[in-house]
Ligand binder design. Structure first.
Ligand SMILES: Nc1nc2c(c(=O)[nH]1)N[C@H]1C(S)=C(S)[C@@H](COP(=O)(O)OP(=O)(O)OC[C@H]3O[C@@H](n4cnc5c(=O)[nH]c(N)nc54)[C@H](O)[C@@H]3O)O[C@H]1N2
Ligand SMILES: Nc1nc2c(c(=O)[nH]1)N[C@H]1C(S)=C(S)[C@@H](COP(=O)(O)OP(=O)(O)OC[C@H]3O[C@@H](n4cnc5c(=O)[nH]c(N)nc54)[C@H](O)[C@@H]3O)O[C@H]1N2
Ligand SMILES: [Mo]
Length: 763
């Protein structure tokens, strides 16, 4: 399909009329009938469904339209009237579909039938549910449990996730990688050491009391737009927002609330960021260290000597301050300026605002976690907050912005490769079995094991694994070495087409659809980015009569695979999801006691976060200042004067690997995703022109990967940094290029070289 490409700067605010128009386009594209908007009114409401897009918190008293442009797009994507039927599969071989773009695959609409790959015709053919489970069970019985991978993408409910994790453990493995291994695992490793919790400490109420917000590496306007309401309200109270992002993201510059008629008509736009620092990709560790250094210097000397730091808090609640302070004093500004790409003056300006505020929130996203030093960088943000006691008080704290709508909840109820995080004793007692204690594979380790030919089967609870991970070509080639692949999904994607010798695609209900089981209509639950757990009920008729709920599919795989265990009542659980919740409450009583009633409280209920009340569940029972070993990024690759640091980004028109369309409105890019955002000086240095097509090659020894067909776009981005879109550019990331301590692929700084004269590639 030829698309018109247009690239020009976008100057309108985030939200506003652009948002309204974009939504109308998608409703039309998904052929969602007039009732679509009625469905949207139930989005994020106490009696409705939790949005299937991002994990941002839902207020107890929702706005009449508690959804954003991108949440509405995600809804339209799920309730689409397009269907991907057996007729479609009859007319295309799998090999043929491998040439299709991600957009075109998902645009076929909802999967309608369980499918089995037929080797003779190279097609997916419909299969009955019972035959599918019989065959999957027979295959599964023959494998070594540690050679099976149970992947989960962060969308499935708490109930499904609990069952899925239990299935893997009853089967005998902790191989439970999930999308958070590519996302906030850096947070889950960093924060337990710093403050004794694996999740953020901030809840919505804190936004009403904060007097300063630090905002690192998250594109709120596209990826958690409902948070713009909290940011706008804070700005109405004159709260400064200090932003660190290599790109000037529209949503962080200005916002018009599309649900405010006055703002829409008057063209009013709130200024979001009061300081905007275009930090170098991967430069946040140095930037944060510089801010900490300036805060310490203000306490050492000057008019506020001795009163800048919260000395009482540091003495009573923390450990490691002295060696941290010594480190700050040793670091030279030259080094910090070079690594962060920011001036000492800029970092001191942030410190000056920070020290005037009493209640500070630090927010961050993938710009911090997807780096070699992702864990250390998150810990440095915690250090900065701890210096002035900005933990465990109203209006202050740390706020990782989680990705998928239930990714945090999945980890809470057992989807993790790390058995030490679980109450194994409870599992033993509750289900009379010995849970495996050997650490399982996370996402990167699963990739390595698949590449090494060590994995027999891959089960996917949602997601699009081969598109989301690094090093696509090599991974895809290794994939077919697996004996069995099973994908539980709503729409066709590439991970279904690159398949094992025996392969099934099992179509499931989405969260927006009514789920009726033996005892009637069922509800499910999710945990949002602020540790708040709430119910969700589907409101729409199922997209097809062969679709089944995720709990049912998981239970059927379990029954077909495992020896019967009367302590695990799969059928009773499926008949009434309240029984799954009752089991969850037995396994995790501190978090889920009275689950059934509390999930329907307005706004849901909060899991306990001890750091909120200055209880530190760390090894030494104190909050810890953690000093990083070094400031350099990417010691694993060839960074030199002729390399550029590539960040892989999301557009405003995608949800992860789901491409809704080819426009990135806020960045002024229309009709293509094969672009490379570059500073003008870098374009000139390489004797290129805007609009040229170039190739990009990874700068790593023994990794001769080059991709062609990127169109040069001059952009407001620091010199030496470039931006491309995820997932297109994933082929350029080596599997071994990850955050050292969390194994999150370092997708935000890949050293690369640009070559002129690439030929056109598919967009
Ligand atoms: N509509 C929509 N919503 C989504 C998603 C989606 O794809 N579409 N995905 C969901 C998921 S799973 C997740 S994890 C989140 C992702 O949401 P984000 O955390 O926003 O992730 P990205 O879009 O990858 O972009 C990260 C931002 O970090 C900036 N950045 C890149 N490198 C650096 C750096 O080195 N330092 C700093 N300070 N900034 C940097 C980029 O310019 C960009 O603005 O959103 C969730 N919500
Ligand atoms: N280079 C680079 N790579 C990245 C990132 C990056 O920023 N840069 N980001 C990383 C991050 S943060 C994440 S979270 C991962 C995302 O990785 P994944 O979570 O694996 O990928 P998604 O694109 O979210 O998965 C989309 C598919 O999920 C299925 N699906 C949708 N809804 C449902 C449902 O309700 N049930 C079921 N069973 N299936 C459903 C559909 O079939 C759809 O095609 O990618 C990571 N990869
Ligand atoms: Mo994510």
């Amino acid at each position: 399909m030829a698309r018109e490409v247009s690239i020009k700067p976008y100057t309108a605010p985030a939200g506003g009329w652009g948002s309204a128009k974009s939504l109308a386009t998608i409703l039309l594209r998904e052929a969602v009938p007039f009732s679509g908007p009625l469905v949207l009114q139930k989005q994020n409401k106490p009696d409705g469904f939790a949005c299937v897009s991002c994990a941002w918190a839902k207020p107890a008293e929702p706005h009449p339209f508690e959804y954003c442009e991108n949440g509405a797009k995600a809804t339209a994507w799920e309730i689409t009237t397009h269907r991907c039927t057996p007729e479609f599969f009859a007319s295309h071989t799998v090999t043929e579909l491998l040439d299709w773009a991600d957009y075109d695959l998902e645009q076929q609409g909802r999967l309608t039938h369980p499918l089995r790959w037929d080797e003779a015709s190279d097609r997916y053919l419909p299969v009955s549910w019972s035959a599918a489970f019989r065959e999957i069970g027979a295959e599964m019985k023959g494998f070594d449990p540690n050679k099976v991978v149970f992947y989960a993408s962060g969308r499935a409910s708490i109930e499904t996730s609990y069952m899925y994790a239990l299935l893997a453990r009853l089967y005998g493995t902790n191989n439970l990688p999930d999308s958070s291994n590519m996302c906030h695992e850096s947070t889950s490793v960093a924060l337990p050491e710093s403050i004794g919790v694996p999740v953020g400490t901030v809840v919505l109420e804190d936004f009403e009391h904060t007097d300063c917000i630090l905002f690192f590496g998250h594109n709120v306007g596209s990826n958690a737009p409902r948070m713009l309401h909290q940011l706008q309200e804070a700005r109405d109270r004159d709260v400064p927002i200090l932003t660190f992002n290599p790109l000037r993201e529209r949503g962080l510059v200005a916002f018009t609330n599309p649900q405010s008629p006055v703002e829409m008509v008057s063209g009013y736009a709130a200024t979001i960021s009061t300081q905007y620092h275009q930090v170098r990709a991967g430069g946040d560790l140095a930037a944060l260290l510089g801010i900490c250094k300036a805060v310490l210097a203000a306490d050492d000397d000057g008019p506020r000597r001795g009163i800048v730091l919260d000395h009482a808090f540091i003495a009573e609640h923390t450990s490691g301050f002295d060696s941290f302070a010594a480190e700050l004093r040793t670091r030279g500004w030259d080094e910090l300026e070079r690594e962060s790409g920011l001036t000492r003056g800029a970092l001191e300006a942030t410190a000056a605002v920070y020290i005037r505020a009493d209640r500070v929130i630090g927010i961050y996203g993938m710009g911090l976690t997807q780096h070699r030093a992702g864990v250390e960088t998150v810990q440095m943000l915690a250090n900065l907050l701890l210096m002035r006691g900005n933990m465990g008080k109203l209006g202050a704290g740390i706020c990782p912005v989680r990705g998928h709508s239930n990714v945090q909840g999945q980890r809470t109820v057992g989807i993790t490769e790390k058995p030490e995080l679980l109450p194994l004793d409870h599992f033993r007692k509750q289900f009379s079995f010995e849970p495996p204690t050997e650490k399982g594979l996370n996402t990167v380790e699963a990739c390595e094991a698949i590449l090494a030919g060590k994995i027999s089967a891959f089960i996917g609870l949602g997601g699009n694994f081969v598109r989301a991970i690094p090093e696509r070509e090599r991974m895809e080639a290794a994939w077919s070495g697996m004996r069995l692949t099973v994908q539980i999904a709503t729409k066709l994607n590439r991970s279904h087409l690159v398949h094992g010798k025996v392969s099934y695609v099992l179509p499931c209900l989405g969260r927006i659809e009514r789920d009726v089981q033996a005892t009637g209509k069922q509800a499910v639950s999710m945990e949002d980015s602020t540790g708040c757990i709430h119910g969700s009920v589907g409101v729409r008729a199922p997209g097809g009569r062969h679709l089944r709920s995720e709990p049912w599919i998981v239970a059927e795989i379990a029954k077909a695979t495992l020896a019967p265990n009367p302590a695990v009542p799969w059928d009773e659980w499926v008949a009434d999801y309240a029984r799954i919740r009752a089991a969850i409450a037995v396994t995790f009583p501190e978090i889920f006691h009275d689950f059934e009633t509390r999930m329907w409280q307005p706004g849901g209920f909060h899991r306990p976060i001890p750091a909120r009340s200055r209880e530190w569940h760390t090894k030494n029972k104190l909050a810890n200042f953690i000093t990083p070993r070094g400031l350099q990024e990417d010691s694993d690759m060839e960074e030199s004067s002729d390399t550029l640091r590539m960040m892989t980004l999301r557009s405003n028109d995608q949800f992860n690997t789901t491409v809704y369309g080819y426009d990135d409105r806020f960045r002024g890019i229309k009709g293509t995703r094969m672009v490379v955002l570059m500073h003008r000086n870098d374009i000139a240095k390489l004797s290129l022109q805007e609009g040229d097509e170039v190739g990009i090659a990874t700068a790593a020894r023994d990794f001769p990967r080059r991709m062609e067909g990127f169109r040069v776009v001059a952009y407001d981005i620091p010199e030496g940094c470039i931006g491309t879109y995820y997932p297109e550019a994933n082929a350029l990331i080596p599997v071994w290029h990850y955050a050292e301590r969390s194994k999150v692929p370092a997708a935000k700084s890949i050293p690369v070289r640009i070559h002129a004269g690439g030929s056109a590639a598919k967009g």
